[in-house]
Design a protein around this ligand. Structure first.
Ligand SMILES: Cc1ncc(COP(=O)(O)O)c(C=O)c1O
Length: 386
């Protein structure tokens, strides 16, 4: 008798993980002394946790604290420190009771989706998008609804596009700065979207994981713009702590208790040692802002050099550490294009198919969070290759 397989089993791979594996294999196969593969496929800072965070973790380990479970929503001191962060960065007073510490932003999504939606509910988002939004919603029986966006709206959803949704969706996910395009919603655009959602009973989920990695555009948080929005954030990007698996949510009042019960059942708590380190990371602004300055220099270099290297159609690089390049003038299969770029130019990048199933075959995502010298070398190699 064949056994049943659940709907989660049909979640597609996160393709960039396959590109990472291909780049690793290519690097391993290179003869000694050959120029190394330049890694522009990964979306994780190469810098590691700031020194103050590592020192706090070390002290906690040596201190004999049992580092057992914390409360499901995290250590009270960390929740209070996150609340202070909202005062410092956005001038917003938030009660720590609305803050939930999570297992990365990734751990926040199932909590948010399960607290806010039912199977069959429709949740809209712009394409290109961060692939796990669609894959997690689908695994939970919810229905992603894709809004195609392009350079005319800086790959972000517009009110005009939302007005065209009929029937209204149950939820909307926005990300600013976004992955893969690295573009941002201006504060007035985010405010208009927040109001649009709140007045129509559409639950807004604002992924703010790239806050802090923004270069010129001003920053706004949906937590200040809507009483019903869920905000997702993380220590993975600006705080440079990917492997510590620690993030947070700001919850609207009506979802605090439901999300807490879910968190108790699904995760018990986020890793205790990571919570200690994360709290200390807030006091490492000088080191973290130094990382941001390096990203800014890499961004400026690539924005200036990639057009001459054969990539003239780039997304406006407003934040995060991504450039989304339209390569349709020379390729119609971004997966094959990235494979050839890896083999022939020694530069790894992600095919857009991960982020946009309908049009991603025409796009490539470059990530510039690697070492600055590598980014300069990448532009040269790509210029020679194209
Ligand atoms: C837009 C976006 N949201 C969420 C995540 C998940 O981050 P984490 O689970 O490491 O906090 C990522 C990771 O790259 C991302 O790009």
């Amino acid at each position: 008798m064949p056994l049943k397989i659940g709907r989660g089993a049909s979640a597609p791979p996160f393709m960039v993980m396959d590109v990472i594996a291909a780049a690793n294999a290519r690097q391993a196969a290179l003869p000694p002394g050959a120029p190394k593969i330049i890694r522009m496929e990964v979306g994780q800072p190469g810098t590691g946790a700031p020194a103050g965070a590592r020192a706090a973790a070390e002290a906690a380990l040596r201190g004999g604290d049992a580092l057992g479970y914390t409360e499901a929503f995290g250590r009270p001191s960390l929740r209070a420190r996150i609340a202070r962060h909202y005062r410092d960065w956005y001038g917003l007073d938030l009660p720590p009771a609305r803050i939930a510490v999570t297992v990365g932003a990734s751990g926040a999504f199932p909590l948010a989706f399960l607290a806010a939606f039912n199977p069959g509910d429709r949740v809209a988002m712009a394409a290109p998008f961060y692939p796990p939004y669609v894959n997690i919603l689908t695994a939970l029986g919810m229905v992603p609804e894709i809004i195609e966006t392009g350079p005319e709206t800086r790959f972000q959803p517009s009110i005009a596009a939302l007005d065209r949704l009929d029937p209204l969706p149950d939820g909307l996910i926005v990300a600013s700065p976004c992955n893969p395009a690295g573009t941002m919603l201006q504060p007035d655009e985010l405010a208009a979207i927040a109001t649009w959602c709140h007045t129509r009973g559409v639950r807004l989920i604002s992924d703010e994981i790239y806050h802090g990695l923004h270069y010129d555009a001003p920053l706004a948080t949906a937590a200040a713009l809507s009483p019903s929005a869920i905000v997702v954030n993380s220590f993975s990007k600006y705080f440079s702590m990917t492997g510590w698996r620690i993030g947070w949510m700001v919850l609207p009042d009506d979802l605090v208790r439901p999300a807490e019960c879910l968190a108790q059942n699904l995760f018990i708590s986020a890793p205790h040692i990571a919570q200690v380190a994360a709290e200390a990371a807030f006091d490492c602004a000088a080191e973290l802002d130094g990382n941001v300055a390096a990203y800014r220099r890499s961004r400026d270099l690539l924005v200036a050099s990639l057009p001459g290297a054969g990539f003239p159609h780039l997304s406006p690089a407003e934040g995060a550490f991504y450039l989304y390049a339209d390569v349709s003038d020379c390729a119609n299969d971004s997966r094959d294009f990235c494979r050839r770029m890896l083999e022939q130019a020694g530069v790894a990048a992600s095919p857009g198919l991960d982020f946009d199933r309908a049009r991603g075959h025409r796009f490539v995502r470059f990530s510039y969070c690697g070492p600055e010298a590598d980014m300069a070398e990448a532009a040269e190699r790509l210029g020679r290759w194209r």
